[in-house]
Design a protein around this ligand. Structure first.
Ligand code: KG4
Ligand code: ZN
Length: 361
């Protein structure tokens, strides 16, 4: 590579407004110079989930200040920025437009390239920034919006092994928490309560377990939880804990089953790799019980499990700046300022659709 490059990244695809500055050096190593994330959790909590219109307004309200803080945190002036990268999909349209318009305005004013970044690609490539890993690796991305198994071959090159045919896993955690009156976001609350529960009390289904392929489904499990709640006359604290523990156990077994199949496929497609890596990312990857079960499954297949620190697993702009920096280092001149936001933007357009009981994902 010719010289080091410094990229401003902006993330606004869901309910985090974030900006970060990342530098890539001549050897292709990355360094985070600043990383600012503003979570809108408190704004959405009364509604039990992200409200797109509220999210868009909050992004617009905060984005300039977050960018200013990222610039100050890196002690950077505009002359030091070589490109501006913004998440351009997939995600909520209103939020994407806010981040993209900010990035385009800066790019136009400063005469530097604008880079439209795929949010999933940013998650997929972040282990190279924080863990110093080099592709390929197998990625399990489990967040409020995504549940995917992907072989990450390198920037721009992905094979999707599996996706969810209905709810994302984080969404299932949030819905179960809502049914139990635990508040939003539900995942951490479910994990906490599960620690004092009996995971054997309710025999919830393990959706897709034992099936061919690597796809996921969580709506049946959610319905089973609802049915169990309706079958009890009022919920005691112990009932709640037992439901959380039983639900989490069902999720852990399902994830392990799907991961095991993905490991086998990855091995067959990468015969030269002696010590392959599984990376887990997304908010749900913060769950310790799930991590433990995934780690055991990965080890059983001879894989090493890498889990970036929680703040890099969840939505942030450092991963967006990094995805942009990699493209810049590879010689891109940037994307047109007419680039649209994309609510859907699959990483592997050739992936066969997940079809189960007539439903496509
Ligand atoms: O990646 P993330 O911060 O945001 C996006 O969805 O993009 O993920 C948030 C999701 C929420 O659904 C939240 O309930 C879930 O991750 N989550 C957890 C845990 N912490 C966060 N789920 C299970 N266990 C946790 N400890
Ligand atoms: Zn995300």
């Amino acid at each position: 590579m010719a010289s080091e490059k410094t990229v401003l990244g902006i993330e606004s695809s869901c309910d985090e407004t974030a900006a970060a500055i990342v530098r890539i050096d001549e050897e292709g190593r990355g360094r985070i110079l600043s990383d600012v994330v503003l979570s809108q959790v408190a704004e959405h909590a009364p509604f039990g989930g992200v409200v797109p219109e509220l999210a868009a307004r909050a992004h617009l309200h905060h984005v300039n200040d977050i960018i200013r803080r990222a610039m100050e945190g890196a002690e950077m002036d505009w002359a030091g920025i070589d490109a501006v990268a913004a998440t351009s999909g997939p995600g909520l349209m209103g939020g994407l437009l806010v981040g993209m318009m900010s990035a385009k305005a800066i790019a136009l004013a400063r005469k530097v390239p604008f880079l439209a970044i795929n949010h999933l690609e940013a998650h997929a490539l972040s282990p190279a920034l924080v863990e110093g890993l080099s592709p390929p690796w197998l990625l399990l991305l489990v967040s409020g919006g995504h549940t995917q198994l992907l072989a990450v071959e390198g920037p721009g090159s992905y094979r999707r092994y599996g996706t969810t045919i209905d709810d994302a896993l984080g969404e299932a955690f949030d819905k179960v928490a809502k049914m139990l009156g635990l508040g939003y976001p539900g995942g951490p609350a479910v994990e906490k309560l599960a620690a004092s529960g009996d995971a054997a009390r309710f025999s919830f289904p393990r959706p897709m377990k034992g099936r061919e392929g690597c796809h996921f489904s969580f709506s049946g499990l959610k319905t089973a939880v609802r049915t169990a709640i309706l079958g009890l006359e009022g919920l005691t604290e112990q009932d709640r804990a037992d439901i959380c523990a039983s639900f989490q156990r069902a999720v852990a077994e399902t994830l392990a089953d799907r991961l095991g199949r993905a490991c086998a496929r990855y091995r067959a497609e990468h015969p030269a790799e002696t010590s392959p890596t599984v990376v887990i990312a997304g908010g749900v990857a913060a769950n310790r019980a799930l991590r433990a079960s995934l780690e055991a499954e990965a080890a059983a297949h001879g894989f090493h499990l890498a889990a970036p620190p929680p703040h890099m697993c969840t939505d942030n702009a450092a991963m967006v700046a990094w995805a942009g920096a990699l493209r810049l280092a590879a010689g891109t001149k940037g994307d047109p300022l007419s680039t649209p936001a994309r609510a859907r933007w699959p990483l592997d357009p050739r992936a066969e659709p997940a079809i189960f009981a007539g439903v496509k994902a």
